[in-house]
Design a protein around this ligand. Structure first.
Ligand SMILES: Nc1nc2c(ncn2[C@@H]2O[C@H](COP(=O)(O)OP(=O)(O)O)[C@@H](O)[C@H]2O)c(=O)[nH]1
Ligand SMILES: [Mg+2]
Length: 179
């Protein structure tokens, strides 16, 4: 975690933005949050954004799942305005794109409206290692590669899977309650 305090998001009505490179599993994770299960078919590519509202742990959340190609960065300012938290999704099985993820993440956190905004990193697809399909990056490696150590943001990395649901609730709880 970046800094040594934790606290609840003060607003019971909150805005949470979910971002990450294409294919990391944003839409699948949202499906898990909404339905408590993996999507039956692999989700369609998110070209612009998906929006949904969801209530849990006494919070009413407005969630934005933003399709992540660089062409769209001009729209980010609009989506990021007023966000209480960022969920940044990383494909932990794709070691080759961690540098690209770092660049994108720092670009997002560099927006003025994102100063101090709590940031959860979902290290997704851990089921692939559990099922011995491939190795996934450790939390330690992701921490190093994403370069968050000197960040002023309160951050946390949660390994998870949008296929099994592992870690999803724990991560969401941290976003809302800080523990
Ligand atoms: N094995 C595995 N595959 C996943 C997981 N999450 C997403 N996927 C797959 O990764 C691909 C991209 O997922 P998607 O949710 O569309 O990613 P997005 O582009 O970030 O919204 C799809 O084929 C998903 O089925 C996961 O936790 N484990
Ligand atoms: Mg998507």
């Amino acid at each position: 975690m970046g800094i040594l305090y934790s606290s609840c998001i003060p607003n019971r009505d909150c805005k949470i933005v979910i971002m990450g490179l294409e294919g990391g599993g944003k839409t699948s994770l949202i499906n898990w949050i909404k339905e408590g299960k993996a999507p039956e078919q692999p989700p369609q590519v998110t070209y612009s954004f998906n929006y949904f509202e969801y209530s849990k742990y006494g919070y009413s959340m407005k969630m934005f799942d933003i399709g992540g190609t660089d062409r769209k960065t001009t729209f980010w300012r609009h989506f990021l305005a007023g966000a209480h938290a960022l969920i940044y999704v990383v494909d932990s099985s794709d070691f080759t794109r961690l540098g690209e993820a770092r660049e994108q993440l720092h670009k997002i956190l560099g927006f003025e409206s994102m100063q101090g905004v709590r940031t959860l990193i979902f290290a997704n697809k851990i089921d692939l290692q559990e099922r011995k399909i491939c190795k996934v990056a450790s939390v330690e490696l992701i921490r190093k590669e994403l370069g968050l150590d000197n960040s002023f943001h309160q951050w946390c990395i949660e390994p998870c899977s949008a296929v099994t649901g592992a870690g999803v609730d724990t991560g969401l709880k941290w976003v809302l309650q800080g523990n």
